[in-house]
Write a protein that binds this ligand. Structure first.
Ligand code: 5AD
Ligand code: SF4
Length: 454
């Protein structure tokens, strides 16, 4: 079966265990790493205690993401005691940010590799096996791992992520990503299309095109240019049975053409993740977001007028440098004004080396940050529940992802709007099938319904 060629190989060879933290880009990078190392004879394992090599793909976005990894490294000491030849590698954003510091502060780390040095991993692991340290934190202006076929480590076989670009040029003042992932670069459309085709042929029914700011995707070759609306149109043309999603969109680059492509292609999912970060113009300016609240609302209105059923989700930061109570109220009022379907909500966490670290003051007290975050979360719970209640009585096409976790007799899947739906199985349907479900009930996180005959 074709599907197996995308899955990790089993067999002899050094056993590689990979643990992934952070965003979906990291999930994709782990799949690239496994692919590179598999070609060198390594074999993937899900059992950490039999690993010869442990790779931890790390995140630096907030301090607590890094603290979790420090804690995990302490836990790894016991595996190293049991197997002194075990190699531990730290890869990804934290590796890029902290570099040799990881070696000096943790006695068990052998390899440190930044996000652009994964092709070098076989050599780095050899260095470690020979008793020295393997370090490569060189960032690249070109590396996209374009032609590498990621080994799919997911289990559902229905939805997959495709990285279409890497890095970021936006330098939001709070954000570490431009420093850990380097400059923005786009992957060539041919390998992206080939990857989507291959996934579809293997039974996948949904791809999510990934980048830090997909709207600035651009590929130029031989005088021709492919931008994001063009790319998404091409991927959507592979098959009407293949759903296409994307993340993340920077509001400043969300074009009318993209909205038009979304509106004209039924299989481009009606969901836009449009991080606002704050509802206050003062904060947006301090954050270097390059748009105002009014401009953001104009984009929301453009989406709503062309695609009324589109879900809109966001990221919000509470307690950024200099944020007053009034700024915070503005965020709450923006949330109400947009009526977000869901949101990722964070407390501001100072990241060393960013603009905010260098020229601003992290002056909102910790308790106040937490208080504001809790207000934001409470409001979003209300808004998510409102949004789900509005779906009761409506019917949706659902792509089935598998059995419901809570109840084996039920199936779960997503609507085009990316909402999770749970419903009774009719016995004939399985993961990867589409069905039509009428919504009858909900919580703030899940819709519940029944299959209706088409
Ligand atoms: N502190 C808190 N949240 C942050 N994010 C990025 N940097 C920080 C930070 N220093 C959030 C933003 C971004 C999401 C991926 O993480 O909301 O959109
Ligand atoms: Fe974390 Fe950002 Fe790096 Fe993703 S890109 S792993 S969110 S720091």
């Amino acid at each position: 079966m074709k599907l197996d060629t995308l899955r990790p190989l089993q067999g002899a060879g050094k056993r590689l265990y990979v643990e992934t933290y952070g965003c979906q880009m990291n999930v994709g990078d782990s799949e690239i790493l496994v692919s590179i190392l598999q070609d060198e004879g390594y074999r993937y394992t899900e059992n950490i205690s039999e690993a010869d090599v442990i790779l931890v793909n790390t995140c630096s976005i907030r301090d607590n993401a890094e603290q979790r990894i420090w804690g995990r490294l302490k836990e790894f000491q016991r595996y190293k005691k049991k197997n002194p030849k075990l190699i531990v590698g730290i890869v990804g954003c934290m590796a890029e940010r902290l570099r040799e510091k990881l070696l000096s502060e943790s006695p068990i780390v052998d390899v440190v590799a930044g996000p652009d040095s994964y092709r070098d991993m076989p050599r780095l692991l050899e260095l470690a096996a020979a008793g020295s340290h393997g370090v490569n934190v060189q960032l690249s202006e070109e590396e996209t791992y374009g032609e590498i076929r990621p080994v799919r480590l997911d289990r559902n076989g229905v939805s997959a992520f495709i990285a279409i670009m890497r890095g970021c040029n936006n330098f939001c003042s709070y954000c570490v990503v431009p420093y850990t992932r380097g400059r923005e670069r786009s992957r060539d459309p041919q390998t992206i299309e080939a990857e989507a085709h291959e996934l579809f042929d293997a039974g996948y029914r949904e791809v999510t095109l990934l980048g830090q700011n997909v709207n600035s995707y651009k590929w130029e070759a031989d005088g021709a240019e492919v931008d994001f609306p063009e790319l998404i149109d091409r991927i959507a043309a592979i098959s009407p049975m293949l759903r296409v999603r994307f993340a993340t969109s920077h509001p400043k680059d969300l074009s009318d053409r993209l909205i038009d492509v979304m509106a004209s292609r039924p299989n481009v999912c009606k969901a836009i993740h449009l991080p606002a970060q704050s509802g206050s113009d003062t904060m947006l300016k301090a954050m270097n977001r390059k748009y105002t609240r009014q401009w953001y609302m104009e984009r929301i209105n453009a989406i709503r007028s062309r695609i009324p059923e589109c879900s809109i989700t966001t990221d919000l930061i509470a307690g950024f440098c200099g944020e007053t109570e009034e700024d915070h109220r503005q965020t709450l009022s923006l949330m109400r004004e947009v009526g977000y379907d869901s949101a990722y909500m964070f407390k501001y966490s100072l990241r060393p080396g960013t603009q905010a670290d260098r020229i601003m003051h992290d002056d909102v007290p910790e308790e106040e940050k937490l208080h504001r975050l809790n207000e934001i979360i409470a409001l979003q719970n209300e808004l998510s529940l409102d949004s789900n209640r509005r779906d009761i009585g409506k019917t949706f096409e659902v792509l089935i992802e598998g059995k419901s976790k809570r109840n084996e007799a039920q199936l779960c899947g997503r609507t085009s709007q990316n909402k999770m739906v749970v419903f009774d199985s009719d016995g004939s349907l399985e993961a990867g099938d589409y069905t039509t479900v009428k919504i009858e009930d909900c919580t703030s996180a899940t819709l519940f319904g029944t299959i209706i005959a088409r």
